[in-house]
Design a protein around this ligand. Structure first.
Ligand code: NAP
Length: 187
């Protein structure tokens, strides 16, 4: 990312009112890195479609939160910023990468641009002829789902790495206790 605020992705012209962009992630949980990127995309295009990947996964140490919980984290965080030009679509995994893009296409409106940090997703969408952009990761060392889940399990300060709404959702669903129970069953 060249700059956290302002115009950072679309190289030329003002695309507002013309473009619909796709951003895909697992959001386990949604953090300030995802939030910075999605806010910037939302400010530059007409609509952002946010796909919640691996929607079927939850109650695992790597994937503790359900698609519905992740939906709430994302929508509340963006609304708190006054952002409303987004749609959230949960996407189940399919067991064949070759058909995954068609699967995603069948669940979302037509898109003009794809943003992803996942090399496999970049490849799959590029092969289908999409314009794919890779946003630079923002403070990747700390804004990482893995780091946040680790801090949650170790009673370390994870709240500083997520939007306030995410902290509220995780507290409402008693997410820390869930994760600690998962660790017990895992060991
Ligand atoms: P991702 O969200 O695209 O992210 C890739 C990596 O970049 C992750 O380590 C992620 O870390 C990090 N990242 C993303 N945005 C970031 C940001 N703004 N700041 C800092 N770090 C950021 O990849 P993913 O989590 O693997 O999600 C892709 C989804 O697509 C998965 O659910 C996957 O199953 C699905 N998919 C399915 C198929 C299939 O079903 N055949 C094929 C391809 C992809 P964090 O952990 O911090 O988010």
């Amino acid at each position: 990312m060249r700059h956290c605020c302002g115009r950072i992705f679309v190289e030329s012209g003002n695309y507002k009112g013309e473009m619909r962009a796709l951003y895909i992630g697992r959001f386990q949980p949604y953090h300030l890195g995802h939030h910075a990127v999605i806010k910037a995309i939302a400010s530059e295009v007409e609509e952002v479609i946010i796909c919640i990947g691996s929607a079927q996964r939850s109650h695992e140490l790597e994937n503790p939160f359900t698609a519905g919980e992740r939906y709430l984290m994302i929508s509340k965080s963006l609304r708190d910023e006054g952002i409303s030009n987004f749609y959230i679509v949960p996407i189940l995994d399919v067991n064949r990468n070759a058909v995954w893009v068609s699967h995603v296409e069948s669940l979302i409106p037509p898109i003009d641009l794809v943003f992803t940090n996942n090399p496999l997703i970049e490849r799959l969408f590029t092969e289908r002829g999409y314009n794919v952009r890779t946003p630079l990761l923002f403070n990747r060392k700390e804004y990482s789902g893995n780091e946040i889940r680790k801090r949650m399990l170790n009673n370390e300060n994870w709240e500083v790495l997520v939007p306030e709404a995410v902290t509220e959702v995780i507290k409402e669903i008693d997410g820390l206790r869930r994760m600690k129970n998962l660790r017990r069953s895992d060991s």
